[in-house]
Design a protein around this ligand. Structure first.
Ligand SMILES: [Zn+2]
Length: 557
């Protein structure tokens, strides 16, 4: 329907969800691409920001907007505008004036598939004024897709916050009014609208193989060393390889083994530490390396795909694989690989780890089959039933610890968070590993239930799956939550980029100081006295974050 044939303010105001709900019946069958739709903020993103503008003559597109939007249209992406217009609530312009402005926008920039407008003021407490996620949910419904298949482009933190709270991707295109802390907190930043569009299309393309494998793959050896979280975020890429191979053998390290057991698509696991990957590596034992090489040779793989994190090298293992007789090896490598790799793949900084890995799988000729969403997933049969004594679903899980102390929530902060959540009516389960019992006991004493040491990773996955939200740092359980589609309040220490390691494709609110001095240090223990990135988290902000994620106290959701 054309916008000039209807009343977008009346029909498309997020107050009117009924029409959008009906549209949800037309959800397109998911394809193995990242995005169906691009949502665009209006003022400061598509057009120059003229405060409370009701005059079509003052509409000025940002440079390159028309051509950039036409590129998205040509790529088959649907477009919606999601815009806060509190000037309506404040009476600065009328709905009719706003529609005239939107008609002028379409005259200059081409047609949009939907317009979603929040007409409220902050004081209205609506669920659609960004950073609340209501407009993103409504846009996705109206476009016949889901938020996780949308990417939102905006110029301020409210835009990115709304995208993330709905589980959509958010791109920040800063302008002079964008605050530095908003830029620091954003996981994806582009210099201007055309650059944002170019990167959206590049990421979309990067997970599609340009050519299928030249020869069929009977056995694929996939490799992901390192810890549980690393293995979990590689899951979509391993499923893509599994879709193109008859058998998948996964080489993982001891710290990733429990996560490897949870991954769909893996037929067999080889567990072996790689001393050049481990943060606390043992010495290189020549005999152990010879025995690993022999073991890898016995796999009989006709292809190896070596997944690494952005700061790890795949080349030492590639040499072992060559010595094991494997002659088709793919890996990401900025370092010159010589004859160690057959497919040397490169990825720009900032791409989410699951997409980074999917793009390597694509370079090796593999893609997710239609219908398999590019989200984290676990094998159902590997997750045990939830223990009965933790109560009914609908609790909030707080997981204060992390294998890397730089990414753990300080116990005193976690304690105050538990108290604030309990006061707000939430049932809180405090989880942690066997070596974190002292901390979980102390934290839970503020009003939660202590489950420290009660679960292994699979058991924790079961508890997380029935939570209404998980409050957690940048550590494995955040990815368990993403795999279960459970919203995350991410207490994210900025030691590594949020855009790469933030919870993937799940509603998320990020808290903590994104500009703290530990930023991008990759430190395992906090290099700054007082752990300032997380010690300043206000427990009230966690309560507010749950409200933004539509998680209410009293066990409901
Ligand atoms: Zn609103």
């Amino acid at each position: 329907m054309r916008q000039d044939q209807e009343d977008p303010y009346q029909r498309r105001s997020a107050q009117v969800y009924a029409a959008a709900d009906r549209a949800a019946g037309s959800v397109a069958s998911p394809r193995a691409v990242l995005y169906d739709a691009v949502l665009l903020d209006r003022d400061g993103t598509l057009i120059e920001d003229v405060p409370y503008n009701g005059d079509p003559e003052k509409v000025r597109p940002v440079p390159g907007a028309r051509a950039a939007l036409d590129r998205l249209r040509a790529a088959g992406l649907r477009l919606a505008v999601v815009t806060n217009q509190s000037g309506l609530a404040r009476g600065y312009f009328t709905g009719e004036q706003m529609r005239a402005v939107h008609a002028r926008v379409e005259e200059l920039l081409g047609r949009f598939d939907a317009w979603l407008v929040c007409p409220h003021d902050d004081a209205d407490g609506c669920d659609c004024r960004k950073p609340a996620p209501g407009l993103v949910y409504a846009a996705a419904r109206e476009l016949g897709t889901t938020p996780s298949r949308c990417v939102l482009v905006g110029d301020i933190g409210r835009d990115v916050g709304a995208a993330m709270a709905a589980g959509a991707a958010g791109v920040l295109v800063p302008t002079p009014v964008t605050r530095p802390e908003e830029v620091a907190a954003a996981g994806w930043v582009a210099t201007d609208l055309p650059a944002a569009v170019a990167e959206i299309l590049r990421r979309q393309q990067a997970v599609q193989p340009s050519t299928p494998p030249t020869e069929p793959v009977r056995t694929a050896l996939v490799v992901r060393s390192d810890s549980a979280g690393d293995v979990l975020v590689t899951g979509p890429a391993i499923r893509a390889v599994a879709a193109g191979a008859e058998r998948v053998v996964l080489l993982c390290g001891p710290r990733g083994r429990a996560a490897a057991n949870l991954l769909p698509g893996v037929d067999e696991i080889i567990e072996h530490p790689l001393p050049w990957i481990d943060p606390a590596p043992g010495p290189v034992d020549p005999e152990a390396m010879r025995s690993l090489s022999a073991r890898l040779g016995a796999v009989g793989a006709d292809q190896a795909v070596v997944f690494t994190s952005f700061h790890q090298s795949a080349l030492p293992l590639a040499l072992l694989l060559r010595m094991a007789g494997i002659n088709r090896i793919a890996a990401i490598s900025d370092d010159y690989p010589g004859s160690l790799l057959d497919i040397r793949h490169r990825v720009p900084v900032g791409v989410p780890e699951p997409e980074r890995a999917l793009s390597l799988a694509a370079a090796a000729g593999h893609r997710l089959p239609d219908g398999d969403e590019p989200v984290l997933r676990l094998r159902r049969d590997a997750v045990p039933p939830r223990p009965a004594d933790v109560g009914d679903p609908g609790y909030v899980v707080l997981h204060p610890g992390s294998a890397a102390s730089s990414r753990a929530c300080p116990p005193e902060v976690a304690t105050r968070i538990v108290g604030a959540l309990a006061d707000a009516g939430h049932r809180v389960l405090v989880t942690g590993g066997p070596d974190e019992r002292a901390v979980t006991a102390r934290v839970a004493a503020a009003g939660g239930t202590d489950l420290g040491g009660r679960t292994d990773l699979a058991g924790l996955a079961a508890i997380v799956a029935d939570a209404s939200a998980v409050v957690v740092g940048n550590t494995g359980p955040a990815h368990l939550a993403a795999a279960a589609g459970v919203p995350v309040v991410s207490l994210f220490a900025p030691t590594v980029p949020f855009g790469q390691w933030g919870p993937y494709r799940v509603p998320t609110v990020r808290l903590g100081d994104a500009a703290a001095p530990c930023r991008d240090t990759r430190a395992a223990s906090c290099p700054v006295p007082g752990h300032p990135c997380l010690s300043g988290v206000d427990p009230g902000d966690v309560v507010d974050a749950l409200r933004t994620l539509a998680v209410s106290g009293g066990g409901g959701r």
